[in-house]
Design a protein around this ligand. Sequence first.
Ligand SMILES: [Zn+2]
Length: 417
Amino acid sequence: MTRSQTGKSGKCRFCGSPLTQTFVNLGMSPLCESYRSQEQLNQMEPFYPLHVYVCGKCFLVQLEEFVPPEEIFTEYAYFSSYSDTWLSHARSYVDTVTKRFGLTAGSFVVELASNDGYLLQYFVQKRIPVLGVEPAANVAEVAVSKGVPTLVNFFGVRTAKELASGGQRADLIAANNVLAQVPDVNDFVGGMKVLLKPGGVVTVEFPHLVRLIEENQFDTIYHEHFSYFSFGTAERIFAAHGLVLFDVEEIPTHGGSLRIYGRHSDDRSKAVHDAVLRLKERETAYGLDCLDRYTSFDEKVRETKRKLLEFLIRAKREGKRISGYGAPGKGNTLLNYCGIRTDFLDFTVDRNPYKQGKFLPGTHIPIHPPEKIQQERPDYVMILPWNFKDEIVQQLHYIREWGGKFVVPIPEVTVIP
Ligand SMILES: [Zn+2]
């Protein structure tokens, strides 16, 4: 299967079964990272269906691929290092795995989708050799300037074979928040199998489907995220490529993620932990082996939209001024699906200078530097990257000087005084 065919045929990108069951239909939406410039505002803007299916055979929740990843990821606006929370998460990960797996100056660590070097920089500080693989040239450049060697490429079996034949096999492969973005999941996991040294460890982090359903995180669905994993589906996919998941942790990032630990299936040196069995039992008890658990999500999402709009309409009728905070991809799914434009949100702000002066895709809400909030003194600040809610409420404590309040839209609209 080649990259361009995967997921376009209405077939499951893992097992190939036809996709007929809807998980959630969020209507038509633009690519959530395609921020618009002033000049682009009067031009046509492509919208694609944001219709998520669940495979009736393997239960992989997935979107069809409408736009080749080459178009999405070659100039990517997301720089991981603009979040303090994310950086401290990366640092503590590096400390933990270095200790647990005894990594030294003689080890080799590869990160897939290494972004701007936000994670590998901490291995470099420990003098552990690293390589980043990152398809977006503009973010890879930033990594290289920090002293993180980076290969600008998509990862899959081909790239893995090139590295392995050059003697570069990894003791540790890290892949954080990239598995969802891979159109050909079999090629990606197959590549990990090739790149991993005997005795090596793979760690992969992805948002947990249970949390997405339970906490209504439908705004984490966007065109750039092709798949949404439970532990069970991840385990089936890794097993199909000769990798066993021997441990799992639940971590708070992105609204609740899993960090899975994989090894070669013939590597007997690492026993499968109880945590794996316990999580599988919990997923079964939650109903992830039954189609109903998935197909009931759509109505839950519609009700969340109605509640959010009810709040916004009431606030506007009372003459309140509302701004956004942040311009994350998830904000764009939420705003487009709910039809929230400058009729509700006057503007939003973002710390990332790449986004400042631009407009949100689809809704065309202007993005300003964070200081704009202090100048405009809105009554409500709606936090779009709700996964960083605590950090943001702390940073913006000053809005209370003028009686400003925070609004968090997910799991359902909540006001924080
Ligand atoms: Zn399937």
